[in-house]
Design a protein around this ligand. Structure first.
Ligand SMILES: Cc1cc2nc3c(=O)[nH]c(=O)nc-3n(C[C@H](O)[C@H](O)[C@H](O)COP(=O)(O)OP(=O)(O)OC[C@H]3O[C@@H](n4cnc5c(N)ncnc54)[C@H](O)[C@@H]3O)c2cc1C
Ligand SMILES: C[S@@+](CC[C@H](N)C(=O)[O-])C[C@H]1O[C@@H](n2cnc3c(N)ncnc32)[C@H](O)[C@@H]1O
Length: 660
């Protein structure tokens, strides 16, 4: 994937913002707001086409300063004030940007647009502090959803399965930035446009017009803005089926399409992080949600005093890294937005220090820093042994990687906050024995014979116990025992430290040291040996603290992680196994270009399990992904990541190996 890079900004003597890379302007010298209004809003017949819509999707190439976004948002609000658009309607705005600006640069750039000051201020507050390569979905105000995809549009456009009602084809002039105006981009625009969708662009270049026509748009030249003679506007007119399924880059068996019917009621099985997060995300989207928990909320894997959250430490981009990084970003945003008043009690963004215990590790950490998955050095940086001692609060064994975008969070409190800030209804002490589908509604049979029914959607989030359901036989779930030691003493630690063990700074006068890793071990006894193991891990990284903790009373806490076989969770819709076996029977013969049918899913059935050792972040994003899927919104991660966590993947792998 091509890297994203920092925007190179120059303010000209004329007061207009330019890119030093392209020697072109961000907006017109003749008036940025008028230009946006003319070229992109009027060019797409907006705001008129907003009227009466429950959802309107706009996609853009080149977010730049966000002026187009802010003006569109304003136009949407005005349409709402005029009563043309319902207050419950959703505006989705998806924008690709290879050279992101920082929040501060955006504020400076839009400073002159006094009229838009409220929107600009809010954009500054919610714009990512550390723009991350890939999908950055932001839960916006007033039911506006902004998805910023940082990276080259050529690399990322095929990653986003949405259907745009309008395209803003922005980007610097084609003769200064020909790399953006490619056939690939035009072709994908066609695939990603809803029936009746429109497009506009400031340029009238012939190859752009021809490229868009080849992609299925009827294009016309219209009068350009200001002194520009012409520009292009068009409508999607192709009568070919323009879905993403025409793309060869796609795996039809990983169907992610939205539920057939508008879902109103949802049942969530399991009250751990994964279940509570799903309940929160569905409730936020207007569904009536019941959570059924066998025991009490956060009594399973999510019952530890506290756990670590942090990004994935990897050099290369991978689906796993992208999942964890998006999850970590989502959790940080969520905690700041909804849990700020509980800061230091619910979570602490204290940072996580990783001592480089070997030369190899030092090399790896330095390569991670070079990989620049974020455009901001505040996410992580190298720290010398001396500086680390100061920042950590104890002498460290060596220098290492300081990850600022991380810390600790208390899963039990987080589960409760998720439920308290949603309208979900919780039923504790009720064990779901069976899930039954009749016509298009789901019901749950509980121990004792009670039946709860009338659900359009069921989210199964009961970790390893998902195996109790027949249809889950295709999910290779395993259990990994873990023991952590809760030391009955606080410490001077100022941040979390992670090496052989992880050590969290004092929480309620206790220090958490974890955790062991025992695959397929179901025993819940507290083991002295396991305590010795985690304390040895602590000694390796923080010898002084380990010394101070000698003889301190400790309590062992045993829990069970639920894991898959590829370090990624299983999140999404469940496949109809028999359909898969019939439709994809010959996958083993390697018919790469055969036109396979779309994978069939069990209508209304979703899972969020297998969150492993990262459940505090992964479970949260799992819930949000399901919320977005149920509503058919732009997803919070790209297509490859959605496929990498797809519950059908194990089945497909088996079919490819001829094992079913
Ligand atoms: C020792 C240890 C240390 C860890 N440290 C970290 C860490 O530092 N950072 C991190 O991110 N993650 C960590 N994890 C992992 C993390 O805790 C888990 O991944 C996460 O809690 C899983 O959440 P969950 O909701 O999927 O499952 P759970 O929390 O186990 O929730 C599942 C719930 O479903 C309920 N249930 C089961 N069957 C039924 C049924 N039939 N009907 C109704 N309810 C049912 C259960 O009672 C349970 O409450 C750690 C795990 C362990 C064990
Ligand atoms: C004229 S500016 C866009 C202005 C913007 N729409 C606004 O409202 O401020 C063009 C934008 O396209 C971005 N861009 C250029 N090439 C790109 C590419 N290959 N992929 C994604 N974005 C690109 C630039 O970084 C720049 O921000």
């Amino acid at each position: 994937m091509t890297d994203m890079e920092k925007a190179q900004l120059v303010w000209g003597d004329d007061g207009v913002l330019r890119s030093a890379v392209f020697d072109d302007v961000y907006f017109s010298i003749e008036g940025g707001m008028d230009e946006t209004d003319y070229v992109f809003l009027k060019g797409n017949d907006l705001p008129g086409r907003f009227a009466g819509r429950d959802r309107f999707v706009i996609a853009e190439t080149g977010f730049g300063t966000g002026l187009n976004f802010v003006m569109t948002w304003r136009a949407w609000q005005k349409a709402q004030e005029r009563g043309e658009v319902s207050r419950n309607a959703v505006l989705e705005y998806i924008s690709f940007e290879k050279y992101p600006m920082s929040g501060v640069e955006i504020q400076e750039a839009l400073d002159g647009f006094g009229d838009l000051s409220r929107e600009v201020e809010l954009l500054g507050l919610d714009y990512p502090t550390a723009p991350m390569r890939g999908v950055n979905k932001i839960d916006w105000h007033d039911r506006i959803m902004l998805t910023l995809v940082f990276g080259d549009v050529n690399d990322w456009i095929g990653e986003m399965p949405f259907k745009a009602d309008a395209w803003y084809l922005d980007g610097f002039s084609p003769n200064k930035n020909e790399g953006m105006w490619t056939e690939r981009v035009f072709e994908w625009m066609g695939r990603l446009t809803a029936n009746g969708g429109t497009i506009s662009t400031f340029t009238a270049a012939g190859f752009v017009r021809r490229g868009l026509m080849a992609a299925g748009f009827t294009m016309k030249k219209v009068k350009g803005f200001g002194k520009k003679r012409e520009m292009l506007a068009g409508e999607f007119s192709s009568n070919i089926e323009n879905g993403v399924n025409k793309s060869r880059e796609r795996n039809p068996w990983f169907s992610i399409g939205r539920a057939k019917k508008e879902a109103m009621r949802a049942l969530v099985v399991g009250g751990g992080i994964a279940g509570c997060a799903a309940a929160w995300s569905l409730s936020k989207r207007g569904l009536e949600v019941d959570v059924i928990e066998r025991d009490t909320v956060a009594s399973g894997g999510s019952s530890n005093l506290a756990g670590l959250y942090q990004p994935h430490l990897s050099v290369a981009w991978s689906e796993q890294a992208a999942w964890v990084n998006s999850a970590n970003d989502y959790v940080e945003r969520w905690l700041v937005k909804h849990g700020e008043k509980f800061n230091d009690k619910l979570f602490h963004r204290c940072g996580v220090f990783h001592p480089a215990l070997t030369e190899r590790e030092e090399k790896r950490f330095k390569s991670i820093l070079k990989a620049r998955h974020w455009l901001n050095d505040t996410v992580m940086h190298w720290m010398s042994k001396e500086k680390a001692a100061e920042m950590v609060g104890y002498d460290c064994a060596c220098g290492g990687l300081m990850v600022e975008m991380g810390g600790w969070v208390r899963p039990g409190m987080l589960c409760k906050l998720l439920l308290n800030t949603s309208k979900a209804h919780v039923l504790e002490g009720k064990n779901v024995l069976r899930l039954i589908k009749e016509k298009d509604k789901w019901s749950a049979e509980l121990a004792g014979g009670e039946v709860m029914g009338g659900y359009d959607v069921v989210v199964v989030a009961n970790a390893i116990d998902a195996r109790q359901f027949d249809w889950a036989a295709c999910l290779p779930l395993r259990v990994v025992r873990g023991q952590l030691s809760v030391m009955n003493a606080g410490s001077e630690l100022k941040c979390a430290v992670s090496g052989g063990s992880y050590i969290l700074p004092g929480i309620e006068g206790k220090t958490v040291v974890g955790a062991t890793f025992g695959p397929d071990d179901w025993e819940d006894d507290v083991r002295e040996d396991d305590h010795t193991k985690v304390m040895t891990g602590m000694r390796e990284v923080l010898p002084k603290l380990a010394e101070a903790m000698q003889g301190v009373e400790w309590e062992g806490k045993v829990g069970f992680r639920c894991v898959g076989e590829d370090r990624l969770p299983m999140v999404g819709r469940m496949p109809e196994v028999e359909f898969y076996k019939n439709a994809y029977d010959d996958l083993k013969d390697g018919k790469a270009w055969k036109n396979y049918p779309e994978g069939q899913m069990i209508e209304g059935l979703y899972v969020s399990v297998g969150h492993g050792s990262r459940g505090l972040v992964s479970g949260m994003l799992g819930g949000e992904l399901i919320g977005a899927m149920v509503k058919g919104e732009a997803l919070p991660v790209g297509r490859r990541v959605v496929e990498a966590v797809h519950p059908a993947r194990f089945l497909v792998r088996k079919l490819k190996r001829g094992e079913t």
